[in-house]
Design a protein around this ligand. Structure first.
Ligand code: ADP
Ligand code: MN
Ligand code: MN
Ligand code: MN
Ligand code: MN
Length: 449
C-alpha cells in the first residue's frame, strides 16, 4: 500500500479534522483573512512565527510569539536592535552577522551552537557585573523560547520542556507588515541538540569548510493530494491518470493541477527572502517541483525547510494536502530532492577536476550517504531508487554526463565548460537537507565521512 502515511484514522475512530471547506473557513466568508490582515497593530509590535522540525525529522511545527521591537526593518533591510547590550558586546556580535540575500543569521547561536550558555557567559565577561540569563526574554534579540516536546514526539510527558533557538529569519508572506518567519533548531534541558536536530552537525561541517564556499541548490519535488481522499489532485476517483509524456512542464488544464498554489508559493518565497531558482510541473500530473538556491553552506538547509513550511501553509489555505513522500504511488515517478553542489574551486576554470575528485570520494561512501538521504536510514529511498523512472538502483553508485539513470549527474553544460557543479540525485523528497549537505561537505571537502 503506497498511500501516504498521513492517511488513516485516529485510534479513537475520529477522522482527520477540518476536512470540508466550511469547517476550514469557519463559515465566515470566501476570504476571511482579508478582513483582518490590515488591522493596525501597536507600534513596534510584530508577530514572529517560530518554525522547527519535530521528532519525526520530517514534519514541521510552529508557534507564534509577539515581539515588542522590530528586528526586521522595512524594505527588506535587516537590522538587529540590541539596546540592552553594551557597545563592545554589540560590536562583537555585529561583526559576526552574515548578511545574505535571504536572511540574517544570528551570530551567538550560529557560532556556538552546542554551548549557548558558555557563549553568553564568555560575552558577559566583558561586563562582569551584570549576569545575563540566556533565556532572558528582554534581550533585544530574538528570544530563545520553550515548547512542549511531548506534543511533538521529542520528549517524555513528565519532562517535556524543550528550547527553540532562532537561526534564520525571513519575512512572513502571510501577514502584512514586518512580521517574521523564524527557522529554529531544538535543544533539550541540558542545551544538547535533540535527536532530530541535524543542524548542529551541519553547522559544524560548514564552519570547517566555509572557505571553500560550498553552494547548494535543492530541487524539491512533491505531489498535491485531495484532503478528502488523499489521492492526487485531479486524478480520476479510485484510478490512475492516462500515462502521457505531456505532463512534464506541460500546459493545458488537463495536464496539471494545483498551479495556483505553485504560483503563490513562488511569489511568497521570493517575498520571504527564500531564494527560489525556479519551478516546473513534473512527470506525474499533480507532481511539481521548485528549486531552492543556490544557497551558501548551512543556510541551504534553512532555506529548504522554510520553503516547505511556506508550501504547507499555502496548501492548507487552499484546502489541499502536500505529500513529501518519495514514492507515494508504486507505478508512478517518485519525488526526489536532487542536491546540486559546487565549491569555489569547482566553479573556477577547469573546476571539472575538482568535481571528478568529489565524485571519486562519494563512490567509496555510497551506503553512508544513502543512510542520510531520507529520514528512515534508506528505507524510504528503497521504494524510490529502483532503477526505473530516472533513478539508479539504491545499491549501485554511478555517475554520468547528462544522464538521469545514475546517482550523480554532471550537467551537459558543466561538462562542456569544464566548470560548474554536479547533481546528487539520491536524496529523497523528504530528506532533511541539513543531513544531505552535511554528508556532502564531510565527504567531498573534509574527508571525514
Ligand atoms: P534539472 O535539470 O536537474 O532539473 P533544475 O534546473 O531543476 O535542474 O535545478 C538546477 C539546480 O541547480 C537549482 O536548484 C540551482 O539552485 C542549482 N545550481 C545552479 N548553479 C549551481 C551551482 N553553481 N552550485 C550549486 N547549485 C547550483
Ligand atoms: Mn501552553
Ligand atoms: Mn529539476
Ligand atoms: Mn525534477
Ligand atoms: Mn534534477
Amino acid at each position: 500500500d503506497h498511500r501516504p502515511r498521513r492517511r488513516g484514522s485516529h485510534p479513537h475512530g475520529i477522522d482527520d479534522v477540518a476536512k470540508d471547506e466550511n469547517t476550514i473557513r469557519g463559515n465566515l466568508s470566501d476570504n476571511p483573512q482579508e478582513r483582518f490582515i490590515d488591522l493596525p497593530l501597536p507600534e513596534n509590535q510584530i508577530m514572529a512565527t517560530y518554525v522547527w522540525i519535530d521528532g519525526t525529522g520530517e514534519r514541521l511545527r510552529y508557534k507564534d510569539r509577539t515581539l515588542d521591537y522590530i528586528p526586521l526593518k522595512p524594505k527588506g533591510k535587516f537590522t538587529l536592535m540590541m539596546e540592552n547590550w553594551d557597545k563592545k558586546v554589540m560590536e562583537t556580535m555585529l561583526s559576526k552577522i552574515t548578511y545574505t540575500k535571504s536572511a540574517m543569521y544570528l551570530p551567538p547561536y550560529d557560532y556556538y551552537p552546542r554551548n549557548l550558555e558558555n557563549f553568553f557567559q564568555a560575552e558577559c565577561k566583558l561586563r562582569p557585573k551584570r549576569n545575563i540569563n540566556v533565556f532572558d526574554e528582554n534581550l533585544k534579540d530574538l528570544p530563545i523560547i520553550s515548547y512542549d516536546g511531548f506534543g511533538t514526539q521529542q520528549a517524555i510527558q513528565t519532562d517535556s520542556d524543550l528550547y527553540l533557538c532562532p537561526r534564520a529569519i525571513y519575512r512572513n508572506p502571510f501577514r502584512n507588515g514586518n512580521h517574521l518567519l523564524v527557522m529554529c533548531d531544538t535543544y533539550d534541558k541540558n542545551l544538547d541538540p535533540t535527536p532530530t536536530n541535524h543542524r548542529v552537525k551541519c553547522a559544524d561541517a560548514y564552519k570547517k569548510c566555509h572557505e571553500d564556499e560550498p553552494w547548494f541548490g535543492i530541487e524539491q519535488e512533491y505531489f498535491f493530494l485531495n484532503k478528502s481522499d488523499s489521492r492526487p489532485l485531479g486524478w480520476p476517483k479510485g484510478g490512475f491518470p492516462r500515462r502521457s509524456d505531456q505532463y512534464y512542464c506541460g500546459i493545458g488544464s488537463d495536464k496539471f493541477a494545483g498551479r495556483d498554489i505553485v504560483l503563490a508559493h513562488y511569489r511568497c518565497c521570493l517575498f520571504a527572502g527564500i531564494p527560489v531558482y525556479g519551478t516546473n510541473a513534473e512527470i506525474g500530473p499533480s507532481q511539481w517541483e521548485y528549486q531552492v538556491g543556490p544557497s551558501v553552506g548551512l543556510h541551504a538547509g534553512d532555506d529548504v525547510w522554510m520553503a516547505r513550511f511556506v508550501m504547507e501553509m499555502l496548501a492548507s489555505e487552499y484546502g489541499v494536502q502536500v505529500t513529501w513522500d518519495p514514492k507515494p504511488f508504486e507505478a508512478w515517478e517518485g519525488s526526489g530532492a536532487h542536491t546540486n553542489f559546487s565549491t569555489k574551486q569547482m566553479r573556477a576554470e577547469n573546476g571539472i577536476e575538482h568535481i571528478e575528485k568529489a565524485i571519486y570520494k562519494l563512490r567509496n561512501v555510497h551506503e553512508k550517504h544513502i543512510e542520510a538521504y531520507d529520514p528512515h536510514g534508506g528505507k524510504d529511498n528503497e521504494r524510490r531508487l529502483i532503477g526505473t523512472h530516472q533513478t539508479e538502483r539504491i545499491c549501485t553508485f554511478s555517475a554520468g554526463v547528462a544522464e538521469r539513470f545514475c546517482s550523480i549527474r554532471i550537467p551537459r553544460i558543466v561538462a562542456e565548460q569544464k566548470r560548474g557543479f554536479f547533481e546528487d540525485r539520491r536524496p529523497a523528497s523528504n530528506v532533511d537537507p541539513y543531513r544531505a549537505i552535511d554528508a556532502l561537505m564531510r565527504t567531498c571537502l573534509l574527508n571525514e565521512y
